[in-house]
Structures are given as C-alpha cells and as structure tokens.
Design a protein around this ligand. Sequence first.
Ligand SMILES: Nc1nc2c(ncn2[C@@H]2O[C@H](COP(=O)(O)OP(=O)(O)OP(=O)(O)O)[C@@H](O)[C@H]2O)c(=O)[nH]1
Ligand SMILES: [Mg+2]
Length: 441
Amino acid sequence: MKIQNIIVNEEAMKTPGAILVGLMHGNISDSKFERSMNELEALTGACDLEVKGTITQTLPHPEHGTFIGSGKVEELKNLINMLDADIVIFGDTLSPIQIRNLENILDTEVIDRTGLILQIFAKRARTRESRMQVEYAQLQFMLPRLAGMRTELSRQGGGSGRLSNKGAGEKKLELDRRRIEKRMAELRRELEAVERERDTQRSKRMSGDIPRISLVGYTNAGKSTLLNAMLTKSHADNAESKMVLQKDMLFATLDTTVRRIDMPGHKPFLLSDTVGFIDELPTTLVKAFRSTLSEAVYADLLVEVIDFSDPDYLNQIEVTEKTLRDIGAGEIPIIYVFNKADVVIGNSEHAAMTIPHVRNDRIYMSAENMIGLEELITLMEKTLEGERINAEFLIPYSDGQALHDISTRSDVIETEYTEEGTHLTVKCSKKMIIDYMSYTI
Ligand SMILES: Nc1nc2c(ncn2[C@@H]2O[C@H](COP(=O)(O)OP(=O)(O)OP(=O)(O)O)[C@@H](O)[C@H]2O)c(=O)[nH]1
Ligand SMILES: [Mg+2]
C-alpha cells in the first residue's frame, strides 16, 4: 500500500515536493475553503514536505472516479511534470478507488488529508504506546482499501464464479489482509496491556488529593507553551528538564505528559498536556489514541486552550468540544484560555483590550509572554472549588480502591459503616459523582 511507502529521507538534500489539490464543493464558503487549504499546507509542512504548487477547482459534486474533473486531472498531470513533484495531496477524504484511479493516471503517489495526518503521526510518534497506536490506525486505514482492490480483481478474474478460481493477485491480497488482521490483533493485545499499566499508574496518582487538570484544544493553540510557562513559575526542581516541546507546527505533541505544578502561594495540582485536536480528526486516530486522550477523561477540570489570534478560533472551539464529547469528556467542568491575545490586542477589533482579562469562565492571556498565569490559576482554583457539591455514596466493602479514592479526594462530612458498605457523606466534585455514579445514593 502506497501510504506505507512514503519515506521522507531526512538526509536528502532536496525536500520532497507536494502538489495540493482542493475541490470546492457543496455549499462551503470561500473563506472556509481558503482556511482549509491553509491548514492543508501547514499539515504538509508538518510532514516535512514542501508545497510546490496548489490546484483548486469548484464543482457542485466530486467526480465519482477521480474526485476532480478529467480536465483538472490533465492539468494536474502537467503540473506534476513541470514542478517535478513527488506526491499529490488532496484536501478531502478520497475513496480507495479514487486514489487508485488517480495514481494510475498521474503515475505519482496520491494521498488524502486522512493519509497525511496518519503520516504525520507516524513520523512524530515517539513512545512505544503512541507508535503502536499509530500503526494500528494505519492498518485500520489500509484494510478497506485492500478490500476495494479485491472486489475489482474478483470481478476480473472470477468469471466462473467458483471460489477456487481466484486470481493470483486476489490470493495475495487475501494473504495481505490476513497478515494485517493478525498484526492488528497483536497490537490490540499489547495496547491493552499498556492501558492496564496506565490505569494502575493513574490510580496511584488518584490516591493523592491533588486535583488533576488537563490541557486540551486545537493543535498549535499553545498547550505545551502553557505547561512550560507553569513549570517555569512553579517551585519544581530542575523545571527546565521537565519541559515539553513547544513548536509552531501542527501535532508537535503526540504523547501525554503529566507534571506536578507547585506555584508559590497556591495548592499543587497535576497538569497534563496531550495531543491536539483538528477538524475531521480521522476517526481511526481518535479511536487509536483513546487511551492517550483518556488523561483528559479522568481530569477534575479541563483547560481548553484556544488560539485567539486565529481568525477561525470559533471553529477551533467547536471542533474541540465535539472531540471532547467523542472521547467521553463532555461533562467535565471547563475553563477557556484565549491564548496568544498578545497578537490581537491593539487590532482595530480589540483596540481597548488589555491582558490578562478574566470574564466568567474565560481568560484572555499569553502563555508565551507569561501574562496571566497567576490569574489563570486563581480561576482554576475557583472553578474547582465552586464545582464541589454535597453527595452521599454507599461503597461496598469489596471496593476498597473506591473508598480510598473518594475519601481522599473529597471533604468527608460523615462516615458510617452499614451492612451493605461504607456510607460516606462528602463534599466533592461533580466529576467524582460521575466517576462513581453506581455508588451514589
Ligand atoms: N504570540 C504568541 N505565540 C504563542 C503563544 N503561546 C504559544 N505560542 C506559539 O504557538 C506555537 C504553538 O505552541 P505549542 O505550545 O507547541 O502548541 P500546542 O497546543 O502544544 O500544539 P500541538 O502540540 O502541536 O498540538 C509555538 O510557536 C508557540 O511559541 C502566545 O501566547 N503568543
Ligand atoms: Mg503541544
């Protein structure tokens, strides 16, 4: 499968060149189309490919066989030759058959946005877990593509309709398919083992009464910068060595990092930084990264970081909220960090704005310039405190872990030992009630 063969040679003198293809169809607005093309360009850069040219077309609907019209395909072929491009990247999701048709006509590798994002993840994954997650997502992405090829081959070769009359190509594909499925099962087993280990580590962390806060948001919004800024200000020993990569690049972070933050004059908390979201994040990836993202699911509070300097920030918020719902973190209390406000203050639209500026559950600040950290922490504390409500739990004696977790992470008002279990009356976070819904009374 071609997707696996994109080997970008870091040593090569010449960066492989790509041609981007955008089809404006349906009732997408000009500005949205332009933004999606800009994002495609940034994604291409994040994959270490140089954009050599861009071709766009407007059609009411995509063409069945080649996605773009046949005249455009010809134009594209000429451009590939002229610019000596190595790969063609489509901004939409193409069907396996469309990709194959295009590759045959263009005689050049063709990938779509999903393939590109998978490729970035594959290049960037560092830990064993994220490598396995990416490989799983890639294999899952390949499977239906093999099936598409198979259907066509069986139509060509299996005229007699007898099962034994499989063409050689078809048999090979069947073998490929089995090999992929076997590898996927293997990866699933290994990932489940890593997940169990992660759960154990998490419950160890949960046994302290330190609140857990997760940074979430669109890729490149400044989550890692915010974590680093907090570390710089905190009492952490050798804060420098605990810092994470912050970079103007989509998907700079792929692994989850949890750091303890001890700010002078504040209670400590655990802050986690994780993979960023993007519009139409391939579902295979969301599923594969579910356990990495689960750090967010188990948080007491989410801090959603938004790139306020991006004209499309409202869409970023929408995408983030949708992804949070998808991973089961939709009910956790959230505060909004309108980051990179340093870029927009003074603009005509925000002429009178000063930062930091706090309003209800949002703060306008700048992580990079360390403006607003103190105010953000105060807002976080207020939100955590405000979310605490009275609740009663009846915990069976068999679940000592739950008893330990609830009693250490809440203010216990009363403890009573009954026949059915421990009856706790507490003041706790709403999240705790969701976590232990079955024990609430
Ligand atoms: N002007 C300005 N730039 C910022 C600010 N905060 C972060 N940045 C820049 O934004 C870019 C992305 O920052 P990161 O912290 O890597 O973003 P992220 O959300 O972790 O992104 P991913 O890990 O790729 O999902 C970097 O180049 C930062 O220097 C800010 O407050 N103002
Ligand atoms: Mg990051």
